[in-house]
Design a protein around this ligand. Structure first.
Ligand code: SF4
Length: 336
């Protein structure tokens, strides 16, 4: 590991000012991904700005019924929070589906969103990787890519984003709150991560020096039936092969709201807008879900070894949506 400076910030403003003084610095939260990447030599920041003492570690109900999650809320605390479990169960389920108990105790909400791909070529300095070293090539395209993207990939990168939490946030129409040199702003969670295009080194729409300060879950989604389901190689401590988060409201016998997002299919959580549009006004039947999800996944462009992801994702989504259509309000069910 290369030497680096260490700075502890006492406020959000102090953190962003410290970044301005040290271009190429990284903010340090739980460190569960960043420190690993520094040990591997993939990340070599000149400075770490420790933000763990900032007052961003609470889950707060807002007057309008929305829920603000501080960027430093630990994954374990987020998954166990009563308001999250009762009103946004898919989020609790998604967080609990990720990593291990020890990692969830350390990892933060903001850090979870900013974790890097687990593409093995990205983590191996001896291999070409456009994300790690722009212009060097993509080792995965003709190499081992069973876990890689089937939607939205580019000739430059076929990586997937590993977060479970981000998939649920996208389905809920959450917003990611940021603070940086130009002040505060927020982005829809579904648009926070990028597709790779010809700039795969950029994972998100975050600007230099911006710090994730929190996530806002909208009141409109509170209490709607929702669920997260993840397919993986083993029952815990494994990244998704495919996953889905879905939020569904049925009124007068037809779908009046659907929020659907896939994980592990693309470089970002894949919001299934085409499927959602197809479901609005439809009777919530398995056939309608099959049709809508099929429309969405028609855009898939599988690679040599990952075509299995398309039917896997379809079955996950249809199963989750069918279960939600048959369930009562989220507040009447427990999530784990
Ligand atoms: Fe690098 Fe992306 Fe190719 Fe993986 S898929 S080797 S992260 S460019």
């Amino acid at each position: 590991m290369k030497p680096f400076a260490y700075v502890r910030a006492g406020s959000v403003e102090e953190a962003t000012a410290a970044y301005a003084d040290r271009p190429g610095a990284r903010y340090l939260g739980g460190g569960t991904n960043l420190v690993d990447l520094m040990k591997l030599g993939v990340e070599a920041p000149a400075a770490l700005i420790d933000v763990t003492r900032l007052p961003l570690d609470t889950v707060e109900e807002q007057a309008d019924g929305s829920l603000r999650i501080g960027a430093l809320v630990r994954n374990s605390d987020l998954a166990a929070h009563p308001a999250v479990r009762d009103r946004y169960p898919a989020l609790s389920q998604a967080v609990l589906a990720g990593a291990s108990g020890q990692l969830r105790n350390a990892a933060t909400t903001g850090g979870n969103l900013l974790q890097r791909t687990r593409c093995p070529y990205f983590q191996d300095l001896s291999k070409p990787c456009n994300k790690r070293e722009p212009g060097s090539g993509c080792g995965a395209r003709d190499g081992v890519h069973r876990d890689h993207a089937v939607l939205g990939h580019s000739p430059h990168c076929i990586a997937t984003h590993p977060s479970d939490l981000a998939v649920a946030l996208a389905a809920f129409d959450a917003r990611v709150e940021l603070y940086g040199p130009e002040g505060a702003r927020s982005l829809p969670a579904a648009d926070f991560h990028r597709l790779p295009g010809d700039r795969p080194e950029r994972d998100t729409e975050i600007r230099p020096g911006e710090l994730v300060t929190g996530v806002l879950l909208p009141a409109a989604a509170a209490g709607l039936p929702s669920a997260y389901r993840k397919a993986r190689d083993r029952a815990s401590y494994a990244f998704a092969l495919a996953s889905v988060a879905a939020v569904l409201r049925v009124s007068d016998g037809v779908v009046s709201h659907a929020g659907i997002a896939f994980g592990a299919l693309a470089h970002r959580p894949w919001r299934a807008r085409r499927a959602e549009r197809a479901l609005l006004g439809a009777a919530p039947t398995a056939a309608a879900f099959e049709h809508a999800v099929g429309l969405e996944l028609a855009a898939a462009r599988p690679l040599r070894d990952n075509a299995y992801k398309v039917p896997l994702a379809r079955r996950l989504a249809v199963g989750v949506l069918t279960g939600l259509a048959e369930s009562g309000p989220a507040s009447t069910r427990r999530t784990s």
